[in-house]
Design a protein around this ligand. Structure first.
Ligand code: GTP
Length: 282
């Protein structure tokens, strides 16, 4: 597959996350609810050492509800607190805060037991590009950004956001490099817009999405584009969608790149329906 590893970028990303990790008590790892494992990064687990972590499955409003429930159970059963949210839902934001506070309290209890003066628990948000880090920070900040001075270990001054009186959040997220070791992971991430569109052919990504939908969401595919689940010829499928949606060149031929744009835009904006591209059972 024509994707490179960019080792220099990954090493830099890792160093930056490790520096910030020194400042916090626990981490909120954001993943995309539509591909939770694919949007995780194994580098984080190693860098975390003994720090605790909670997982926030983002964009649950775009994901298949049944799959999301299974994924939340999946992480919880493996001992990691997990919540699924729509960042625009206030109740969901409260739920995140409640879970984060519980994680912070555990840390504070440990400090107290050692005779150390309790202080607000500190956390940071990490995640791959486009997963929703900045948006969630803004929602949690609720415009109450508190400047609490330098912390050791970083040259740049860090700002802490006071979410609640006993919970502070680093104002800048840690960006994790997406993982590319598996072709399927690459297709899922590209379809969701995590990795740059130019890295993989848009037509290939679209073919992947259509095939996945034929297997898992045949009704949604038929509803939007009138594509029968058993239609195998991808060329014909592109032709049908192209004619329907006016993706034509001047001579009247279907332009496959335009078809790919339409399908991927429909997927990302939820117009195709609520779709999860990675199942617990996969
Ligand atoms: N539908 C929906 N969209 C969301 C949600 N969370 C974030 N988004 C959207 O996802 C897009 C990316 O969000 P950002 O907050 O910029 O993501 P980021 O992780 O900070 O991105 P980078 O700066 O590229 O690392 C934006 O268009 C957000 O509006 C969510 O829960 N539901």
């Amino acid at each position: 597959m024509p994707i490179q590893w960019f080792p220099g970028h990954m090493a830099k990303a890792r160093r930056e996350v490790e520096e910030k990790l020194k400042l916090v008590d626990f981490v909120m790892e954001l993943v995309d609810a539509r591909a939770p494992l694919s949007s995780q990064n194994p580098m984080l687990q190693q860098a975390l050492q003994n720090k605790s972590k909670m997982i926030v499955l983002m964009k649950k409003d775009l994901a298949d509800q049944r799959e999301t429930t299974k994924w939340v159970d999946y992480f919880n059963e493996r001992g990691t607190k997990a919540v699924a949210i729509d960042v625009n839902d206030k109740a969901d934001i409260k739920h995140v805060i409640q879970n984060a506070k519980e994680l912070g309290q555990e840390k504070m209890e440990k400090l107290k037991a050692k005779g150390i003066q309790p202080r607000p628990a500190r956390a940071m948000i990490v995640g791959v590009p486009n997963v929703g880090k900045s948006t969630l920070i803004n929602r949690l900040a609720n415009k109450k950004i508190a400047k609490t001075g330098d912390r050791p270990g970083v040259t740049k001054q860090q700002l802490w956001i006071k979410v609640k009186k006993d919970f502070e959040l680093l104002d800048t997220p840690g960006i994790l490099w997406p993982k590319f070791e598996d072709e399927l992971v690459g297709y899922r991430l590209a379809a969701l817009g995590t990795i740059k569109d130019q890295l993989l052919s848009m037509q290939d990504i679209t073919a992947f999405v259509i095939t996945y939908m034929q297997q898992h969401y045949p009704d949604l595919l038929e509803e939007r584009y009138q594509i029968a689940p058993d239609m195998e010829d991808m060329w014909e499928i592109f032709e049908i969608i192209g004619k329907q949606r006016g993706c034509l060149e001047s001579g009247g031929n279907v332009n496959f790149d335009k078809v790919a744009d339409v399908v991927i835009r429909d997927l990302r904006t939820g117009k195709l329906g609520r779709i999860t591209l990675e199942s617990v059972e996969d």
